[in-house]
Design a protein around this ligand. Structure first.
Ligand SMILES: Cc1cc2nc3c(=O)[nH]c(=O)nc-3n(C[C@H](O)[C@H](O)[C@H](O)COP(=O)(O)O)c2cc1C
Length: 79
């Protein structure tokens, strides 16, 4: 089972992309529970990675304070 949608962000895909709302980094405790319990096998990341290619490395290293918010302007950036 793969999960997707608002992983690491505090609003949903529709609000974030089409309403131009800013999505702030969000906690991953619930996600960690789901992976740890075997409820999901894989986690797909969309906007959080689009705005911040170093997202996974920052999480791995505990640098959560450095995670970037998502705004639709992120789609104009080619990393
Ligand atoms: C710029 C962009 C393009 C997307 N294009 C598609 C697409 O063509 N087909 C699709 O099924 N989902 C598409 N999605 C949705 C993502 O696959 C994902 O379901 C959605 O972004 C929710 O995950 P997130 O909250 O981590 O961003 C797109 C998302 C973004 C941000």
């Amino acid at each position: 089972m793969i999960t997707v949608g608002s992983v690491g962000l505090d609003n949903d895909f529709i609000a974030g992309l089409f309403s131009r709302e800013r999505a702030e980094p969000a906690g991953l405790e619930r996600l960690a529970q789901m992976v740890g319990s075997g409820e999901v096998d894989l986690v797909a990341i969309g906007r959080a990675l689009l705005v911040d290619p170093a997202w996974a490395e920052k999480l791995r290293d505990g640098r959560t304070g450095e995670l970037l918010p998502f705004t639709p302007d992120a789609l104009k950036i080619l990393h």
